[in-house]
Write a protein that binds this ligand. Structure first.
Ligand code: SF4
Length: 238
């Protein structure tokens, strides 16, 4: 599908976000910087001129039945949020669901994983249970008609479905995430994508060890690798 790229907006976001993220990573560390960056991310999405056309709303959860990839900083932020909003029993239940989902997804290759529907463990009563800490991928959803999302859910192996979307929300969110990822990458931290269930299972089992690996610039997780996406919006700025 062809659409107009607002290069001025993309360049503004990538330059501003990369500079600010670099400064914050150096000052308060990668995880604190990510938490600051999330606020700007939400503001940029809300400011996109087509944000009012989004169909995404509480109770619509077709997209929450597909595998989600996260980066280590996102996993640490989710863990911190889980400690605040969930009881020990809820965390145990979530951990069990993540172990079960990891076993299913661990047998699939990248394409099969993309085409496999599986409820996200954080989807609770049709709402995101970690909404404030939800991954960047989930924040960047940009559908303007839920019919396409529903069809994708009902026909997960049909790759010809092209849900209608808000191009400026897509570009604003993509540019922001690319710029923050570039800053994390340049600081030497693991910025690889990992499958959410697999990464969170590892993190819940060994939060101290995983944090040590991340802080010493080693690969944080050993489980299911996510699908790497090029920093496409960042490259538009070059
Ligand atoms: S983290 Fe939240 S928004 Fe993302 S897929 Fe899971 S329930 Fe949906």
């Amino acid at each position: 599908m062809e659409f107009f790229i607002d290069l001025a907006t993309v360049r503004n976001i990538t330059r501003q976000e990369e500079a600010q993220a670099r400064e914050e990573i150096a000052g308060i560390g990668a995880i604190g910087a990510y938490q600051q960056s999330l606020r700007r991310h939400d503001e940029r999405l809300a400011r996109a001129s087509d944000a009012s056309t989004l169909a995404c709303k509480a109770g619509c959860s077709w997209c929450c039945h597909f595998s989600v990839d996260i980066r280590p900083v996102e996993a640490f932020n989710i863990l911190e949020h889980m400690q605040i909003v969930f009881s020990a029993e809820q965390r145990d239940s979530l951990a069990q669901q993540m172990v079960a989902n990891s076993k299913i997804l661990g047998h699939l290759d990248d394409m099969q994983r993309m085409q496999h529907t599986l409820k996200c463990p954080f989807l609770m009563q049709d709402k995101c249970g970690i909404y404030e800490a939800r991954p960047q991928t989930c924040r960047n959803y940009h559908a303007t008609n839920s019919a396409g999302c529903q069809q994708s859910y009902e026909e997960p192996d049909n790759l010809d479905i092209a849900p209608e979307f808000a191009p400026l929300v897509y570009q604003s969110g993509g540019a922001h995430v690319d710029a923050f990822s570039k800053a994390i990458q340049d600081a030497g931290y693991d910025h690889a994508a990992y499958e959410l269930n697999s990464a969170m299972t590892e993190l819940l089992a060994d939060p101290v060890g995983i944090r040590q690996r991340f802080d010493t610039r080693m690969p944080a997780f050993t489980g299911i690798q996510g699908t790497e996406v090029a920093l496409e919006f960042f490259e538009l700025d070059e």
